[in-house]
Design a protein around this ligand. Structure first.
Ligand SMILES: C[S@@+](CC[C@H](N)C(=O)[O-])C[C@H]1O[C@@H](n2cnc3c(N)ncnc32)[C@H](O)[C@@H]1O
Length: 193
């Protein structure tokens, strides 16, 4: 099934209905300026990141995702700090680079053969002083690496994948997750080499 069809048919089992708890605990430590959330879905994390000091672009293939975002964002104090773009992340070229890219369940949604393109996207959009923060999920050491989505992730896999351009700032297990995701999330924060 395509992502478009999944959204149109309301088959969105990945949608937690709220942003990731760990994101709230690190908000103040993340770069300000411009942030990008590729594969933003309903945009819970997009809104969590938005502030007076940080504008956010949410990017998703699906117009239905954008509609969900618009419903959820109604009345939010920082709605005007968000631009939700419908489009293919792999064709996306921003006019200005981003100080932060937040990946949560976008990388794991992609078939393994698209991972080099995901890294090209990060390289294309990230400011020289920017940070990639990846909430690495689902960490399932015994799962078949080719079975997904979601394709199993690990901190080692992501750190190795980004290593041509990025080095770790910190990589650690997450202590607080939304229900059903406990013990399966790691936070990897990376800066340019
Ligand atoms: C597993 S969902 C995660 C959504 C959101 N991050 C969340 O945590 O709820 C993956 C999302 O990526 C979007 N997506 C998949 N491929 C994409 C692409 N090439 N460009 C932009 N969005 C894409 C899908 O439409 C879907 O909303």
């Amino acid at each position: 099934m395509t992502w478009q069809a999944a959204w149109e048919e309301g088959r969105t089992p990945w949608d937690a209905g709220k942003s990731a708890p760990v994101l709230h605990s690190i908000l103040d430590t993340l770069p300000e300026g411009r942030a990008l959330v590729p594969g933003a879905g309903s945009g819970y994390d997009v809104l969590a990141l938005a502030s007076e000091a940080r504008s956010v672009v949410g990017l998703d293939l699906s117009p239905v995702a954008k509609m969900k975002f618009e419903e959820f964002a109604q009345g939010h104090p920082h709605r005007d700090r968000v631009d939700f773009v419908v489009g293919d992340a792999f064709d996306y070229s921003p006019a200005e680079p981003f100080n932060l890219v937040w990946d949560y369940t976008f990388l794991c949604a992609l078939p393994p053969e698209l991972r080099p393109q995901w890294l090209e996207l990060i390289d294309r959009v990230l400011h020289p002083d920017g940070e990639l923060a990846a909430l690495i999920f689902p960490v399932k050491p015994d799962a078949d690496p080719n079975e997904g989505p979601p394709y199993p992730m690990s901190p080692e896999l992501v750190t190795k994948l980004v290593s041509p351009i990025l080095v770790p700032i910190s990589v650690s297990a997450v202590e607080q997750s939304n229900p059903g995701r406990e013990g399966k999330e790691w936070l990897g924060r990376y800066r340019r080499k």
